[in-house]
Structure formats: structure tokens, C-alpha cells
Design a binder for this molecule. Structure first.
Ligand SMILES: *Cc1c(COP(=O)(O)O)cnc(C)c1O
Length: 358
């Protein structure tokens, strides 16, 4: 059978490694940029009543009209821009690639960056071009990106703002220069928008090739799987054709619309996470043998002493804490670990375990 598999499956799929998710059973989970808080106090009962009224025998609203209204209000999407919903922003990346894939079509992003840009480009049969970030601070190498745009002529460019897994926010003027120079579509991925004050949302329309992508995952609703794309109707009308019918299930639609009606409660959680990010950074900065990088997201990238990342990752796990080991993921991430900002108690436990492991 393996012979048949090897013969029939596309070589680029055979060459991929499936996206890995670690089992976190029994561990403090600081590996996946989740909000550590559940539904805010008191909302759970009301939410269950909303769910009880759902007709699960019916297909969901294909356009998610009510949810779209709630998202527009909560996220400040310009009224003249169209909105497309996805089963997580991962599905939106897939729709974008399916819409623009053609023989020789290229996707460009920066490395180290969000792995799904590269993976989904491959799924869609596109070539992926990764332009290295600057080694010292993970800033955009603007000249290198501009040269790559000119040389590779990508149909699609993704830039995460702030970037994952590095956590930094690229220079807005550099990003603007790249959008202006790009021959194709540029998608600014604002998955970490709740944790920074910067955004390109209000600049939609300033360039004909700019789209902005968001998700509710990092603000505390990762389990719902809901992402969105905002931009000019001319683009989104086309991308919408690749969307599977009813891609946003009815439970997600009503739950997200309900929760967004209480957005102030989530904003309070976000403020807490931002405060904890400052405290966690200071705690890491004070430890000898690790160097934290400044972050505008809900996680912190840490550089360990040469050769120690794997061992520290395992030592933390043995002490009941799961973070992300990035050592080996990219040459610029050698000796790097990434920790998600948790509750104050979780962050204290992490810092104590790291100190003991060092
Ligand atoms: C987490 C993440 C996403 C994925 O979001 P989902 O909506 O959960 O699919 C997208 N982009 C970046 C940069 C991320 O870090």
C-alpha cells in the first residue's frame, strides 16, 4: 500500500510534516497563545440559554449576518469594507491561496513567521518564498523584502503584525513601503491585535492591494474557530467563491455574537494579560542565562544559552509546564523557546520552574 501512497500523493505533500500539537494533559498550558481565562464570570449561564435556543437541525446562516454585524462593531471594521468569515484565520489563508494559486504562483512572507503561510501555500500547490528577518532583533529587512518582491513577483504576501513566533511589531512605515511596492495582494495578519495598539484596519483602502485578517482565537475564543478578513468588496467577492458553504457553524455564530456583545469583559482580560506580559518580561530579564525579546503579543520569545533550549523545555515539562520549543524550527530561532502569557499564578509557576531548571 505504501508504494501506492508514495506514487499517488503529491510530492510536496509527502515532503511535509503534519502540524504538531503536543498533548497538554495535566500540564500548565503555555504553548499555544490561548487566553488563560475562561468565559468571564457570570456570562456562562446566559450563554447556555442562548445555545439552548439554537436550531441545530437547520443549516447556519450562510453569511453569518448577525455575527458579521457584531464583529464590525467590536473590531472597528470600516463601513465601506467587505467582511469574510473563516473557520479560524487558517481557513482564510487557505481561501486566499485557493483564489490566487496558479502554476508558478508564489506566496511570500518573512521567516521566522507563522508556519501556516508556508504550509497552506504548499497545500494549494504554490511556491513559498521566506525572506529572513534581521538576526539581532527580528525586524523587517525592508531592502531584502523589496528585492524579493521584485525578483519573485509573489501573487500573495502575508505579514503578521505583530509577528509570530517573534512577538515584535514591524515598523509601520516599512510595512507601508512593502504594501506599496508589492505586485500582488498583501494580507496583514493581525491575530495579536488585542495585545497592541497598532493596526492597519483603518488604513484599508489606502492601497488597492491591502487586506487585513483578524481572529478571535487569541482574545479568548480559540475553541470557537472564527477568523475574518476585511477589505475591498472587489477582492472579497472573489475570495468568497472559494469558501465552503456554511463554514461557520451555528454554535460558533451564536456564541461569538453573544460574547462580542460583552466585549468590555474580554478587554479587561486583555489588559490583565498585557500587564502580566510586562511582569513576565521583567522576571525573565532578571534571570541569568535567558534573554527575552520585547513583545507586542500575548507571548514572549526567549533565547537560552547555546545548546540548552531542548533540555530546558524538557525540564519545564517535567515540572508540569508546557511551552513551545522553537529550537531547530529555523536557523534564527536556534536556542529559542516561546512562552504564552498566562494568569499571574501560571506565570509565577513558569518563572519559578525556569529558575529551578537553570
Ligand atoms: C494563531 C495565529 C493565527 C491562527 O488563528 P486561527 O484563527 O486560530 O486559525 C493566524 N495568524 C497568526 C500569526 C497566528 O499566530
Amino acid at each position: 500500500m505504501q508504494h501506492l501512497v508514495d506514487r499517488l500523493v503529491r510530492p510536496e505533500i509527502l515532503a511535509l510534516t503534519a502540524y504538531q500539537v503536543h498533548d497538554a494533559t495535566g500540564l500548565i498550558k503555555l504553548d499555544a497563545m490561548e487566553n488563560p481565562y475562561g468565559l468571564p464570570e457570570g456570562l456562562r449561564q446566559e450563554w447556555l440559554e442562548v445555545l439552548a435556543g439554537v436550531d441545530v437541525n437547520r443549516y447556519p446562516d450562510p453569511r453569518g449576518t448577525r455575527l458579521a454585524q457584531a464583529l464590525r462593531a467590536a473590531l472597528g471594521i470600516p463601513a465601506d469594507m467587505a467582511l469574510l468569515l473563516g473557520n479560524g484565520s487558517d481557513e482564510i489563508i487557505q481561501m486566499l491561496c485557493l483564489t490566487l494559486a496558479r502554476p508558478g504562483g508564489k506566496v511570500l512572507s518573512v521567516d521566522p513567521g507563522f508556519v501556516m503561510f508556508r504550509m497552506i501555500a504548499r497545500f494549494a500547490g504554490m511556491d513559498y518564498v521566506g525572506v529572513p528577518l534581521r538576526a539581532d532583533d527580528f525586524a523587517l529587512d525592508t531592502a531584502a523584502v523589496l528585492a524579493a518582491l521584485e525578483r519573485e513577483r509573489p501573487v500573495l504576501t502575508f505579514l503578521a503584525y505583530p509577528n509570530n513566533p517573534t512577538g515584535n511589531l514591524f515598523d509601520a512605515a516599512a510595512l507601508a513601503e512593502i504594501i506599496a511596492a508589492a505586485p500582488g495582494l498583501v494580507v496583514v495578519d493581525e491575530a495579536y491585535a488585542p495585545f497592541t495598539d497598532a493596526s492597519f484596519m483603518a488604513r484599508l483602502g489606502d492601497w488597492p492591494n491591502l487586506l487585513v485578517m483578524r481572529t478571535v482565537s487569541k482574545m479568548g475564543l480559540a475553541g470557537l474557530r472564527l477568523g475574518l478578513l476585511a477589505g475591498p468588496h472587489a477582492w472579497l467577492d472573489q475570495i468568497d467563491k472559494t469558501r465552503l458553504p456554511y463554514n461557520i457553524n451555528v454554535l460558533t455564530q451564536v456564541s461569538a455574537a453573544f460574547v462580542l456583545g460583552h466585549k468590555a469583559r474580554f478587554d479587561a482580560q486583555t489588559r490583565l494579560i498585557r500587564q502580566e506580559r510586562t511582569r513576565l518580561f521583567a522576571g525573565l530579564d532578571a534571570l541569568p542565562g535567558v534573554q527575552p525579546y520585547p513583545s507586542e503579543a500575548n507571548f514572549i520569545l526567549i533565547r537560552c544559552a547555546p545548546g540548552r533550549a531542548d533540555e530546558l523545555f524538557q525540564a519545564l515539562k517535567a515540572r508540569g509546564i508546557l511551552i513551545k520549543n522553537l529550537n531547530g524550527a529555523h536557523p534564527l530561532l536556534a536556542d529559542c523557546l516561546r512562552v504564552t502569557v498566562g494568569t499571574p499564578e501560571e506565570n509565577d509557576a513558569f518563572l519559578a520552574a525556569l529558575k529551578a531548571s537553570l
